[in-house]
Design a protein around this ligand. Structure first.
Ligand code: SD4
Length: 351
């Protein structure tokens, strides 16, 4: 009897060990594609690019471009997040974790393939970030067509907002009172400088999130990352968020790891969360914990900010974290690695 019990215990222990080994292998296999939200077609495209012999940068570019074409969640790419004048503008970046080169565009107008243009910034300039009309001119020189980014849907979002007295918006310390009426606004004499962190929750939330952030790690350990977004709905024209900023929207260093962020960029970019997460992983911190640490740091100042971060280290281990708020308790992200036969949607409970 006792010997039988011992054997059974041994078998159970062995099974646990096998499951644990399998899980370790599943979470640390290369190559790896991880991206924000349940944007599975983007994951699949990036994976296919790698399988066909493309580079990690190619995979990030084409994966994010898939979302730009599909208007993932109706909001990456054209036809989403109209600004205060009704125009859709795009932000994107791509980073090479071997050379630490970054190409980025911000406030890009009338060009759909923002991450494609960002890639051209790496390939054909010595700059890092091009913005606004001049970025569009650069895009045209690089062979991208001018296209209208407005759609019937973005027009109706814009007119709905106008009909709601331009609520919500991003102004403060102005007259007329921006919490009640549309502009044009003038500055008030009295300026209340304290940031209303709480109100940020109203502006970008789980209902209007926009960003694909992607990390790709090749078999050799080369890491690339990137983002593409149409930013914050009803933004003040000229507003640029975290997504095209290296270290904020995404970061990659083939000697440490990769990370990408999504959420309220006006708040998140002040903390360079992607850079910070990569630095935590460089010190040996597990990717999930690295993601959690950057979320906790931001939360000290902005308890109700909307945001999430994905992290992956050089071995192919990955994780994610998000800030728990009443409307946002779980974050969905996508993973593809050799232990999976298709893109896998994963969920993490927010902290
Ligand atoms: C921005 N971070 O422009 C982007 C928006 C976003 O999920 O990621 N929403 O602020």
């Amino acid at each position: 009897m006792a010997a039988g019990g011992g054997l059974r215990f041994l078998l159970v222990a062995l099974r646990f060990l096998l499951v644990a080994l399998h899980m370790a292998a599943a979470s640390a296999a290369l190559p790896l594609v991880v991206n924000t939200w349940a944007f599975g077609k983007a994951t699949e495209t990036a994976w296919r690019v790698l399988q066909m012999g493309g580079s990690e940068l190619d995979a990030v570019e084409k994966g994010c471009a898939q979302c730009e074409m599909d208007q993932c969640d109706g909001s990456v790419g054209y036809g989403g997040s109209p600004d205060e004048s009704g125009e859709t503008t795009l932000d994107a970046m791509i980073m090479d974790g071997n050379t630490m080169e970054v190409g980025a565009v911000a406030d890009l107008r009338r060009v759909k393939n923002a991450i494609g243009v960002a890639r051209k910034v790496i390939e054909h300039t010595k700059h890092t970030l091009l913005v606004g009309e001049s970025a569009s001119l650069f895009a045209v020189r690089m062979g991208f067509p001018y296209e209208d980014l407005t759609t019937p849907k973005s027009l109706s979002m814009f007119s709905e907002w106008l009909n709601q007295s331009c609520q919500p918006n991003y102004w403060k310390n102005v007259v007329p009172d921006s919490s009640k009426s549309c502009g044009p606004y003038k500055k008030t004499e009295k300026v209340i400088c304290k940031e209303d962190w709480i109100s940020s929750q109203r502006r970008i939330s789980v209902h209007n999130h926009d960003t694909i952030g992607m990390i790709v790690i090749g078999e050799s350990g080369t890491i690339a990352s990137g983002t593409s977004t149409n930013g914050a709905i009803h933004k003040i024209p000229g507003r640029v968020g975290d997504s095209p900023i290296a270290g904020a929207g995404a970061y990659a260093d083939s000697t440490a790891g990769g990370a990408a962020a999504t959420g309220d960029g006006d708040i998140m970019m002040r903390f360079l969360p992607s850079y910070q997460a990569v630095e935590y992983m460089r010190m040996g911190t597990d990717p999930t914990v690295a993601c959690q640490k950057v979320i906790s740091r931001i939360r000290k100042y902005a308890p109700k900010f909307f945001g999430a971060v994905i992290c992956a280290n050089t071995t192919g281990s990955y994780g994610a974290a998000c800030n728990k708020t009443p409307g946002f308790t779980q974050f969905h992200f996508m993973v593809y690695n050799p232990s999976l036969s298709q893109p896998s949607e994963q969920v993490v409970d927010c902290i």
